[in-house]
Design a protein around this ligand. Structure first.
Ligand SMILES: NC(=O)N[C@@H](CC(=O)O)C(=O)O
Ligand SMILES: [Zn+2]
Ligand SMILES: [Zn+2]
Length: 430
């Protein structure tokens, strides 16, 4: 195994120093380090070294929709985005509701070698919301599932949600809720407000998200288990989670990069690339989720990378699939929305995109501070770089990025997974 010496990088949370990676671990940090033979030197001046990023919410589409993404292509995109671990959502075909499917996804991640894949298990059989899936069997499988979600669907039956929270409590698992009251969002196409009226598209009201979040926080307080809120998007949701945390209630929440930057106004183009669940909201909501992320009310950023093939997006708005890609642009969008605006530091970014998602997902090898003895999961960022997003340049199989044509700051220069580079000089190593 080649050793790597990164010289003069700004090590997040510490000083500018050299960082020596050997045998899958960080073996030394300091200045004027002894150089082993056969060491490859990477000039880190001007670069920021972060712990490898961890995504708690990725759609890899395999099995079933390999025309949109596979574990291999999705993890290549993840590595390009600086991620060393992703949690793969269960809404595949077949659904990841058995030990067999989660083990298959986990193994494909290992074989690919770009990024560790931690499968998320479905809460209910077939995501149908009527019968609990084999949560224990998935937890005990080789994939060691700890996060369960029907993402794409809301676990709307309160009794079933309660049972799921009770069941996972036995092994310290977490239920990640896609908070969408189905009766309030029938046929919904975009954020409900003045603009949805003007555009003639059925509205998705904020209260459909907020009512489920409030209900689930109360249910979870009753059960004493672990609840995580997927892709929170409204000002009211931030306020509910803030109040819950103030009262000492256990809940964690995520926001996506796109909800930190984009607003519902983009729907006026009727371009389905901007169609997503939950919908892009208002400027006021964007400000509130930024504030919530900065003050720790929202624990993490998760991409909700949702690749879709051209035929599912290149059609009229109401017929198009919900979802946008996000792995390769996540750090740049967070830098733009949160760091370059002075709301957050790079140390905060390491917290929201590595330490905390690893803690919520319980993936011990990841989200460790860059210290001697830590596994060498490391991401190098050039914060001074600028790049214009070109959809055809993606490593993903799908091109539905909403950032097409935007110039964003920052570039992932290198990603190391347990000491092996998956990305060097901004390019995949294999
Ligand atoms: N976010 C989306 O708009 N779509 C996701 C499902 C989801 O995250 O709810 C998908 O699977 O395509
Ligand atoms: Zn969802
Ligand atoms: Zn999702």
């Amino acid at each position: 195994m080649t050793a790597y010496l990164i010289t003069g990088a700004s090590i997040v949370g510490a000083e500018v120093a050299d960082l020596l990676i050997d045998g899958g671990e960080i073996v030394a940090i300091g200045n004027d380090l002894d150089r082993p033979e056969d060491v490859e030197i990477i000039d880190g001046s001007g670069l920021i070294a972060l712990p490898g990023l961890v995504d708690l919410h990725t759609h890899l589409r395999e099995p079933g929709r390999e025309d949109a993404e596979t574990v291999l292509t999705g993890t290549r995109a993840a590595a390009m985005g600086g991620f060393t671990a992703v949690h793969a959502m269960a809404n595949t075909d077949p659904v990841a509701d058995t030990a067999g499917v989660v083990e298959q996804v986990w193994r494909l991640g290992r074989e690919g070698g770009y990024c560790d894949v931690f499968p998320i298990g479905a809460v209910t059989v077939g995501l149908k919301g009527t019968q609990l899936a084999e949560l224990g069997a998935m937890a005990d499988s080789a994939a060691r599932v700890r996060v369960f979600s029907d993402d794409g669907q809301c676990v709307w039956d309160a009794a079933l949600m309660r049972r799921a929270l009770e069941y996972v409590k036995a092994f310290g698992g977490v239920v990640a809720q896609h908070a969408q009251e189905p009766r309030l969002t029938q046929g919904a196409q975009m954020n409900e407000g003045a603009l949805s009226g003007v555009l003639g598209l059925t509205g998705w009201p904020s209260v459909a998200e907020e009512s489920i979040i409030a209900r689930d926080i109360l249910l979870n307080a009753h059960v004493g288990s672990k609840l995580h809120i997927c892709h929170l998007s409204t000002k009211g949701s931030v306020e509910i989670v803030r109040l819950a945390k103030k009262r000492g209630l256990e809940v964690t929440a995520e926001v996506t990069p796109h909800h930190l930057l984009l607003t519902e106004d983009l729907a006026a183009s009727y371009n389905p690339v901007y169609k997503v669940n939950p919908p892009l909201r208002t400027k006021e909501d964007v400000e509130a989720v930024r504030e919530g992320l900065a003050d720790g009310t929202i624990d993490i950023v998760a991409t909700d990378h949702a690749p879709h093939p051209v035929e599912d997006k290149d059609c009229e708005w109401s017929a198009a699939a919900f979802g946008m890609t996000g792995l390769e642009t996540a750090v740049s969008v967070v830098q733009h929305a949160m760091i370059d605006t002075g709301l957050m530091s790079w140390a905060d970014l390491a917290d929201r995109l590595s330490y905390r998602p690893a803690a919520i997902g319980q993936v011990g090898d990841h989200g460790q501070p860059l210290e001697v003895g830590s596994p060498a999961n490391v991401t190098l960022i050039d914060p001074a770089a600028q790049r214009t997003v070109v959809p055809s340049e993606t490593a993903s199989l799908s091109r539905n990025t909403p950032f097409d044509g935007m110039t964003l700051p920052g570039r992932v220069v290198a990603t190391f997974l347990r000491g092996t580079p998956t990305v060097l000089d901004g390019k995949l190593t294999k």
